[in-house]
Design a binder for this molecule. Sequence first.
Ligand SMILES: [Zn+2]
Length: 349
Amino acid sequence: MFQKAPQLNLSGKAGGSLARYYEEFYEFWLGGNRIKTETAATSLDDSGKTEHPYGQENPAQRYRFRYCQSARAQYVRVLHRAEEDLSRRNKGLQCGTQQVVYQNLTTSEIRLAGNYCEARTCPACYHSRQRQQAIQLDEWIRLYTRNDARFVTLTMASSDEPLAMQLTELQQSFKRLRRHVLWKKGVKYGKGIIEITYNQDRRQWHPHLHIIAVGSYIPQGKLSNAWATASGGSPVCDIRKIKQGDKIANYLSKYLGKPPSIDSIDDSEALGMEYYLALRNRRMLISFAGAPALPPLPKSEDPPEEGDQWTAVGNLNDLLKDRETGSLEAETLLSLLSDRINGNDPPPD
Ligand SMILES: [Zn+2]
C-alpha cells in the first residue's frame, strides 16, 4: 500500500556519512533534486486513495483530528513510510481510536481520555504536550530563578543543509559555547528549547535555540563573539533580562514540538518526513549545567482515578454514532465537550 522508506539513519548522529545518507534520501524521494518540487509532488502521490487515510479512521479519530485533517493524513503517510518501529508506528496510527467521555459529578465538567500516542510530531498530541510543558516550565522558572534569569536566543547561519545535520550542529555549537569562559562565568544553569522554522522562499530549515539562563549579566557583544566562535560563524544572538510577569514559559513551550508550517508547500510530505526523522530520538528540551529537573506533572489526558469525582459517561465512538441517529443526550454531551478548551481538543490553528 505504501512505498517503504529506504533504510537510512537520519538521526543526525552518523557524523560525516550523514550527508551521503541524505543524498540517498533525496534521491529516493525527490528524484535526486530537492528543488524540483513538481516531480517530487507527483512521485509522492501515486498510491491513490490510501494516500488520504483520514476518511478511513474511526469516528473518535475523526473527532480528534477534526482541526488538522490534512496534517493528520500527511502524518499517517509519514508513519507508514518512515517509521520502522512497528509499535511506535501503530501507536501513532491508532491515536484516539478509543476515547472515553468522563463527567465530573460535582461540576458537570466534561473531559476525554483515550489511547493517545503522545508523540510530539502528532498533530493532535503536541497541543497537550505543549500545555503540559508550559505549566512545568512556568513552575520551574518560579522555583529556580529569582531576579537572575536571562532569555537568550541563538541562531545558526542560514544553510541548505538537511534539518538533522543543522540540529546536530546547533546542539554541538551550544555545547562549545558552554565551555567558553564567558558562558561559564556568567551562567549557572538553565534550560534550552529548540525551535524549528522553514523558510519557504529559500527552501531552508532554520533551527534556533531559546534559552533560560540563570546567572549574571553578560554583554551582548561579547556573547555574540563567543557564539560566532562556537557556531563557526553565526554572530546572531539575543540576550535580555527576564522580568517578573513575563510569559516566558508560554512563549517557549509554543516551540516545543510545534511543527513548522509546511502543510501548504508542494513537497510538504518529504519535508514532513524529514522533520519526523530529524526529531526522532532527539532531545528538544535541553537541561544544562546541572539545572534542577522540571517538576513532575500528572498528564491531563490520563484517565481519572477511581474515587475522584469523575465518572465515565460513554464511549466517544458510540456517542458520535448516537448523535447521528438524533440522540439528544449524545448531542448535549458532545456540545459540552466541544465548548471547553482542554488537553484533548486542539484549538483550531
Ligand atoms: Zn497522537
